[in-house]
Write a protein that binds this ligand. Structure first.
Ligand code: NAD
Length: 450
């Protein structure tokens, strides 16, 4: 175990690193745009690869996805008009196993964002040592503005467009922002009708439990965040019991992280989402807040139930807490927000929630950042358990799922700490190093075809 002094020393190293220093950017003709999420992601991965001295050809391979699939498809809307939708599936790397990663339905879905998220999936699966590569996909749409029938038709047309490029042994999607178990059920049903293959429902995970889903999948990402915090908080002199947290986003990941944090004796004092913010110094009722969000679509208005006061975004970010849990979208913790935060630890439950500039500020201020590829790996881990259950035609009970998830998360946390200790780097670089070590080993064993 590392001492707190070693951790603080390691944190100070990060800001001094040269950004976009890798020659891979020149070799691949990639711009050095500090605001582009894909380039930010690749820059951090390449930095870790250089610290690890990963062979140069593997760095080149990982700097670009293997396949970038873009489709356009028409869908009949409820008003009788046809609308054209744009969908993506990016397959970043499959050295360790089939491509794996979520599907996002959001108006801002773009190729570069999907590429970043696919790369993060490659790193995440490797860090938790599950036999998957990384992929990600999505449809540029606002699911909230679609009727249930429209959402089903959009999903079915998307599956038919990408069906030849995916499969239960090749590329396995899952839920992400704007999609859920119902969308996965339509996805699996469409794929089964198109291909009729054995175990074809294993083409997606995050399905409803009655249709091949795993117990514990819905809460898995939030639970993984809590497992990591339980393991690492003692390193900074904290325990969940009695500690305070604020949560950005109260969807699937944020609400489960909040409920499980409270269940273990922590207080959630502030929550903010796209509908507003709420605060209670004594701790919000996380279950009642979840009910409110399910009924009204967001946390806004919860204060009217008399158990919280409404707060603005600026007030939310300034609330003094032990742990801040971003569980909404990418790049929300920029320089302005990083300067406002008053916390000891940031546990990145969302993918890529912190910009490099925001990260520099937090590290300089001595805030510990537990990176997304570690904190948010619980979802894909239980997705893997679901796929194993589908493939072997057995079902696991919840105790087994919870226990196996905890084991994977704790080992990934220790692997990250160990890499930090060995290389004297910040936690994000350490997590990438721990992931890249495994990928490097497999490339060394497999070689490059032919
Ligand atoms: P979700 O759609 O259930 O919830 C998203 C949340 O973000 C909502 O509470 C929404 O209000 C909030 N949000 C959106 N825009 C916002 C804004 N401008 N300001 C404040 N809040 C805003 O999605 P989710 O599945 O909970 O995913 C959240 C994050 O976790 C994403 O980064 C996702 O990629 C990541 N993640 C999800 C899973 C999973 O299993 N669902 C797994 C790993 C990582």
């Amino acid at each position: 175990m590392m001492s707190t002094t070693t951790m603080a020393k390691a944190s100070i190293l990060a800001p001094s690193r040269q950004h976009f220093g890798s020659r891979v950017f020149d070799e691949l003709g990639m711009e050095r745009d500090p605001d582009n999420l894909y380039l930010q992601t690749i820059d951090a991965v390449l930095h870790a690869a250089e610290v690890l001295e990963l062979p140069h050809h593997v760095q080149l391979i990982l700097a670009q996805p293997k396949n970038e699939i873009m489709v356009h498809f028409p869908v009949l809307m409820d008003d009788g008009e046809y609308r054209l939708f744009k969908g993506y599936r990016v397959q970043h790397n499959n050295a360790l196993g089939p491509y794996k990663g979520g599907l996002r339905y959001h108006p801002h879905v773009s190729l570069d964002d999907v590429k970043s998220l696919a790369c993060l999936m490659t790193m995440k699966c490797s860090l938790v040592r599950i036999p998957y590569g990384g992929g990600k996909g999505g449809i540029k749409c606002d699911p909230r503005s679609l009727s249930t029938d429209e959402l089903r038709r959009v999903t079915r047309r998307f599956v038919s467009a990408i069906a030849p490029q995916i499969g239960p042994d090749y590329d396995i999607p899952a839920p992400d922002v704007g999609t859920n178990a119902q969308v996965m059920a339509w996805f699996a049903d469409t794929y089964m009708n198109i291909t009729g293959g054995r175990d074809a429902h294993a083409v997606v995970t995050g399905k409803p439990v009655d249709f091949g889903g795993s117990l514990g999948r819905e809460k898995a990402t939030g639970q993984g965040v809590i497992d990591v915090l339980a393991e690492l908080l003692p390193e900074v002199g904290l325990t969940i019991k009695g500690a305070s947290a604020s949560i950005l986003g109260y969807g699937n990941v944020g609400s489960w992280a909040g409920k499980l944090w409270a269940e273990r004796g922590g207080k959630v004092t502030a929550v903010y989402d796209h509908t507003g913010g709420v605060y209670n110094a004594q701790g919000l009722d996380t279950l009642a807040l979840d009910e409110h969000v399910k009924k009204h679509g967001g946390v806004g208005g919860f204060e009217k139930e008399g158990r919280a006061q409404a707060i603005s975004a600026d007030e939310f970010y300034r609330v003094k807490v032990d742990v801040f849990i971003p569980a909404a979208l990418e790049q929300m913790i920029n320089t302005e927000r990083a300067n406002q935060l008053d916390c000891k630890v940031v546990a990145e439950a969302a993918n890529a929630p912190t910009t490099p500039a925001g990260e520099r500020i937090l590290l300089e201020r001595g805030v510990e950042i537990l990176p997304a590829i570690l904190c948010s790996a619980g979802g894909v881990t239980v997705s893997y358990f679901e796929w194993v259950q589908n493939k072997t035609h057995v079902t696991w009970d919840i105790e087994r799922v919870d226990e196996e998830l905890n084991r994977h998360m704790v080992l990934a946390a220790r692997r990250t700490q160990l890499a930090r200790h060995r290389f004297g780097v910040d936690m994000r670089t350490a997590a990438y190093i721990a992931a890249l070590e495994q990928i490097g080993k497999v490339y060394a064993l497999r070689g490059i075809f032919p």
